[in-house]
Structures are given as structure tokens and as C-alpha cells.
Design a protein around this ligand. Sequence first.
Ligand SMILES: [Zn+2]
Length: 657
Amino acid sequence: MAANAADVILTNGLVVTMNALGDLIPQGAVAIKGRDIVAVGAGEAILADWEAGQVVDCDGAAILPGLINAHTHVPMSLLRGLADDLRLDVWLFGYMLPVEREFVSAEFCRWGTKLSCAEMIRSGVTCFADMYYYEEDVAQTVADAGMRAICAETIMTWPTPDAESYDEGLARCRHFIEEWVHHPLVTPAVGPHAPESSTPEMLRASVELALEYDVPLLVHVAETTVGVEETHEIYGVSPVEALQQHGVLQAQVLAAHCVHLTEEDRAILARHGVGVAHNPTSNLKLASGLAQVTRLLEAGIPVGVGTDGQASNNDQDMFEEMRLAALLPKGITQDPTAMPARKAFAMATILGARALGMDHLVGSLEAGKRADIAILSLDTVHNVPHFDLSPDNVYSQLVYAAKAHDVRHVMIDGRWVMRDRELLTLDEAEVRAEAQRIASQVGAFLARREQSLVDKLVALGTLQWGETYEVQVKVRVPEEDAVVQALLNCPEVMVIKPSERKQYDTYFFFDDPETGIIRYREDYLLDRGLELKPIYNLTLRGPAKEREYADSVLLSRSRFTADADRSMRFYREYFSPREERKVDKLRRRWRVKYRGVDFAVNLDRLIQPLADEVFLELKSRTWSKHDAVQKAEMISELLDVLGVDKEGLVGDEYVSF
Ligand SMILES: [Zn+2]
């Protein structure tokens, strides 16, 4: 006679406990009362001891601990497939950040989170660790969907969609933690984005906040070599050492990626009990490198598996992630024993729970833990046949053969969230429609932007506004010295500032000439022949000259300039021009006043394309048509003053030579 009352009994399935002994129980059962697992064991024994209003026959299925996605950015589901196969900087600075600046709002985060929750529940995920913005909206949506999560409000030096500055981000984070710290499903957390996007002060403030409320701290660590270099520039040490130096590792830390670590870094992580989230698909797709997961595990570090956001994955399928986590170490080490399926499955369950600091609650099927459970059909064709030679047969099947859509039922915290593949806490049709509605707005924004170089420049966020017009003339001069003497000896010309420079220009041309031209300039100021550190800038020039005055004086609607703080390679990949041309020259330059008006006088010797000639350029900025006419006339005069033969006038730019 059953003496104990439960609410639900799952019976007649293969129970994969992931407990310390690694027990597998064929024809096993799990009894659930309220939110907790109250008993796990052989089906007959459980049914003898327990009774429940609901008994679910799991014949032909495995009863698994719900999978744990150790690192993601759930609202980014709305950016799935937006921009792929790009280098990390182009992807991030060219697409993700501009789109996030424009679109990420509380509403965006709610719908993105719903889409991700639907996708994760469908693939047997019951718990995840998230880092994004508007985390209070993420948290509320997660709680409504009945999922378990750590939600970290992201903090960084740059303005974010929900905070103008880092202190505002920190204040938001504090408020979020205060509101959510006692929630049964959502654990709020502090999310300093990464050491290289923080400062020592920010890292210290973040860890103080985490310790004050005893909440986890989530951070990206050593994802890319560039990030590691930037960390060295800011802190003089590796990302892990920087976290240690500023006290961050005193908190319960979950470090995402950890791709580029040293032996010492691993020792530090192990010493401080830091959990690591390994994101194989994201690291492969963004070509960040491959984490040495076996070394992390050997060092005693709990490693979970994460999908990362859908913008870099592009899904939240933990079965795929587990499989990659099992396969990659084999390929890297050329050792098929490097990562057994059992270990990979542990990373997606109990080790993931340990990495998140939640193994006392979830990660295995044991009495006393929360009832976070996925029930997976083992009778689909790709799962047939089975062998029962050893437990490894089961893990092989789960990791190498099973698919996300084999998941039939999902329970979280004792509550069904999916039965017979039907979602119970989310309106899937509505979520799909809203996701597409928002994505269409993002798509239209990018389509518009792609047609305008100005918009593309603006999107990079470094543009210095100020469209100006310029009048200019260019003329061949056979006698360089004669021009210089004339300039310096003319009483009406006052030289303000002479300089000598070497300029390497790359011009981007586009299919439609109306688009304009982009010039990337490396400008080296020469000081007594020595090249000083260059200044890089980017100039967008309007499509064509607006007007030509007498003596080939041109009025050109110039331009938008921006500091070029990224590499030439970045701009090439971001703007994808049809054609590139280079112009290198030595420039002697004088800023002068001629009859009280500012002009620039340039004497240019072209290095590439090689022209054994010197050109004189006279330029002045202008703001009105009337002013332009006047300055065009003054330029003609100046040519006479400098004794220049107007036979040598050139209407073209160097780049058109
Ligand atoms: Zn991430």
C-alpha cells in the first residue's frame, strides 16, 4: 500500500540520473511533489511507495535532468540570421551594436526572450544563464514562461540600449537585483560585459554589488585574441589575472568562453571555484578559437555548455552544442577518448549546474532537487536500435544520435511547460508573428542603411558631423621652389602653419557613382624627416563636383569625416566597395591667410601612382554660394600671385589619374 503522496509520477522510462554514481535506471520512475523531486528509483519500487494524481507512462523514452544552457543572450533571437559569416569586429561594430542601439527596448527584449524560451523548452532546456539589457523584462518573461534562469544586467563602458553610462547601468543592475533577489525561478546577477569593455573601477563596483546581495557575476573572458590584447593594454595582465586583481573572483563567477587562457589562468580559475561556459558553435562561427575544455576539466573547473545568443549560433539547440562539445576535443587532440559522450552530457547537465552555482537545486534527478525534467523519445528512427552493453551506450545515443525534437515533455520546478510537444506557457503562433514583425523593422532599417554611405558611417558611431563645401584648384607646377619662394615672399600671404606629411590614401568606389566615395587616410606628420605616429581618418565625399568656376576652380560638396579607429580591413569588409584605388604622396602644406581669408596650400609629389611631377593645390572651406564665388575668384588671384602657369590646371582628383 502506497504510503506517500506525490503530485506526479513519471514511470516506465530510462531514468538518466546524473547523480554522483551515474545511475541509469531502466523502467525507472521519478516522483514529484510540488516543485521538488521526492523519489527516484526502479518503477515498481516507486509505485509501491508513492501514489500521485498524475502518473505519466514514459515507455520508450528517457527521463533526463533538464538541460542547462550556460551562456546566452536570449533577446538576440530576434537578430537570428541577420548578419553571418563576418569577422567579429564587422559583425559586432558594423551590425550588432548599431542595430541594438536602434532597436533594443523593453518590448524587443520581451519578445526575443519569449522566442528563445519557446525554442529552449522545445529542445529540453529548463535553465539558462543570460546576459543582456532590460534584464527586468527578460526576467519577467522568463518567469511567465516558467523557466529557470540566471539573468545578468550587462554593464559596460560604452553607452548601452538601456544605460547612457556605466554608473547608470550599475544603478539599473542594483535596482533589478533588489526586485528579483528572492524569486524562486530567476536569479538576478551582475554582468560586467568583459574586462576589456570595463575599467578597474567598474570591475570593483560590479563585484561589490554581487557580494552585497550574494548574487552571481557573469562575464565574458578571453573570447578572442583581440580581447586579450586589449585587456593587456588596459590592465597590463591577462583577462583572468585582471579579474583576480580587482577582486572579481571573490564572487560566484560564471566566465563565458575562456578560449585563450594560460596555464596560470586555469590555475587561478580553479583556485577561485569559477565556473566556465563553453560555447563551441559561437566560437567556431565567429572564428574566435577553441577553448581547451579538457584542460579546464582536468584543472577541476566546472564547465557547462552554452549556445551564446542566436546572432552568433544561430539556435538554442543544446543537443547540437553537446555533440560539438564532445567532438571538438577529439579533433583538436587527435584523441577519440578526449571527451567521452558521458562527459559531454554531464557538461550540459550536472557540470553546467555546478558552473552556474546551482547544483544544489538542479542538474541531476535526485530526491530533494527541483523537478526540472525533460522526457525524450528514444523510439524515433535515428535513435534505433539501442544497445545495453554498458552505460556508455546510453550517453552515446543521447549525445551523438538524439535530436532536440525528440524531446516530448518538459517540466520545470514541478510545472509542465510542454506536453506532447505542445507549449503550455507560451503562445507559439503569437511569438512567431511578433518576432517576424520586429525583425522586419530591423531588416528595413538595415536595407535603408546599406543604400547610404552616410548612414553606414553614422552607424559606426564615430562620425564628426559637419557637412562642408570646399572650393579648390589643382595645377601642375614645373618649378616647386619658385612657388615656395613666391608664397613665402608675397606680402599679402601670411603663413600660419607649415608642415610636411606623408599621406597614404585608399579610395573605395561603389557600383552606383551617386553613392559617393570613401577615403581612408593614413596621415604621417614628418618631423625633420622622421615619421611620427599616423592619424587615421575616414572621409565620405559626395558623388560629384557641384560646380566649376573659372580656372577649373571646383566647388565640391565634401564631406563627412570620422576618426578611423578600426583597421583598413574592417572598413573594406564593412563597406564592401566595388573597387579600391591607392594614392600615396608627400605633401608640403601651409595654412595661410591671403587677404585675411584662410586657405590651405599644398605641394604634392605623388608616389603612387608615380608621376614625376609636383602639383599645387589651393583649397578653402566655404558655407554659401556667395562665399564660394568670392573664394573661387581669390583662388584665381592666388594662382597669379604665385606665378603659376594656368596651362597646367588639372580638373581631376589624383585618384582619377
Ligand atoms: Zn556572449
